[in-house]
Design a protein around this ligand. Structure first.
Ligand SMILES: Cc1cc2nc3c(=O)[nH]c(=O)nc-3n(C[C@H](O)[C@H](O)[C@H](O)COP(=O)(O)OP(=O)(O)OC[C@H]3O[C@@H](n4cnc5c(N)ncnc54)[C@H](O)[C@@H]3O)c2cc1C
Length: 335
């Protein structure tokens, strides 16, 4: 395959497996590659196992597999050291990684070692048609403005991108590409040791991957009503979301906050109960497939983005739905 230049996408490896967020990053890589006519390389560090052809069907042109017997892919220094070696070897113009704990830890170390810039936590990426530079957009100044940042002088241009800011591409079974084993070696030493992984018990750990998200806003009216909303989310098998105002009222933990300064979600169904739909909230859920809004105010902004709008009392709707779900499960009918 003739190399015309490349964009490198860092695959997220968790417990030896390539995580699904990688497909979103490949989708970003593809979108940029189409504007610059370059290849999309997906770099997999620290595991030699997996269906790497799947990454090609997901949009990568080449999968570069580097697995020199690293102790654990979560150890930041060895992973960053391998990333630096791979960047020096492959010379990509752009490197993107998910803005997860993994990407947020490894990318800054690599950028510092390479003496280049890094824009963290982007919500949008594009190519400037005037100078072909990467336009890296992210919230700035406490989320009050969206800043577009460029890296004109150093290479590569590096960015981490929020999960759920793009949908993965549908798998293309006819796509052809290459899986290439690379033997970049670990340089230097590291002090870290992996001890254990402890999942946070606060909030809803599955919010970002849930297929249904049920979010409550100030229109839920009280802590007790919000508890009922949480119960309903459990009955529906939904992730529990909250607006910033609901979090600030102490009804839900920050880990439930959806929006610009909270989590980004893109479920199949997003239900917003008593949510006004301010721009900072929409930033975290606008890519959802189907949006249902329950609000007593017919002029509420949320109805402008909703596929199904219900004008009415949100606490009452929560009560009715809880009753309906309970009676269905008692009759053994399922949801
Ligand atoms: C820098 C910055 C970052 C921010 N980040 C975030 C963020 O990440 N996430 C976020 O959510 N917000 C964020 N915000 C706050 C955001 O601007 C809004 O203030 C917030 O989203 C509003 O929350 P809400 O919809 O619950 O409350 P409100 O705006 O007060 O809306 C309540 C809604 O409930 C409806 N309602 C009232 N009673 C009922 C009832 N009985 N039945 C049905 N509907 C009813 C009302 O009509 C209204 O539309 C941010 C703001 C700033 C400045």
């Amino acid at each position: 395959m003739e190399i015309k230049g490349n964009i490198m996408v860092l695959a997220e490896v968790r417990s030896g497996n390539v995580h699904s967020v990688t497909y979103e990053m490949i989708a970003w890589g593809r979108r940029l590659a189409e504007k610059t006519d370059v290849l999309v390389d997906c770099l997999v560090l620290g595991t030699g196992e997996g269906d790497f052809e799947e990454l090609i069907r997901g949009g990568a042109d080449r999968v570069l597999v580097v697995s020199p017997g690293m102790p654990d892919s979560r150890l930041a220094t060895p992973a960053a050291s391998l990333l630096v070696s791979a960047i020096r070897g492959e010379r990509p113009d752009i490197v993107i990684a998910p803005a997860t704990t993994y990407g947020r830890t490894i990318m800054p170390i690599a950028a510092a070692r390479l003496g280049t810039g890094l824009t963290a936590d982007c919500t949008d990426l594009d190519i400037d048609p005037k100078d072909s530079l990467l336009m890296q957009t992210r919230p700035a100044i406490g989320g009050n403005i969206m800043a577009t940042i460029k890296t004109p002088r150093t290479r590569p241009q590096m960015a981490t991108v929020r999960p759920r800011s793009i949908k993965p591409l549908p798998a293309d079974t006819g796509r052809r590409g290459e899986v290439v084993r690379k033997d970049y070696s670990l340089e230097g030493e590291w002090q870290e040791r992996f001890i254990s992984f402890i999942r946070s018990e606060e909030g809803d750990a599955n919010l970002e991957s849930a297929e249904i998200v049920l979010t409550g806003g100030k229109g839920i009216k009280s802590r007790d009503n919000f508890k009922q909303l949480a119960e309903l989310a459990g009955l529906m098998g939904a992730g529990l979301g909250a607006t910033r105002d609901a979090v600030e009222a102490g009804w839900a933990p920050f880990s439930c906050q959806v929006g610009l300064t909270g989590k980004t979600v893109a479920p199949k169904v997003y239900i917003a109960a008593g949510v006004s739909g301010k721009i900072q909230h929409l930033a975290g859920m606008i890519t959802s497939d189907y949006i249902v809004a329950i609000n007593e105010d017919p002029k509420a902004q949320i109805f402008k983005v909703a596929d199904l709008g219900i004008i009415g009392d949100a606490p009452m709707a929560v009560q009715e739905l809880t009753r309906a779900f309970k009676s269905h499960s008692e009759k053994g009918e399922g949801a």
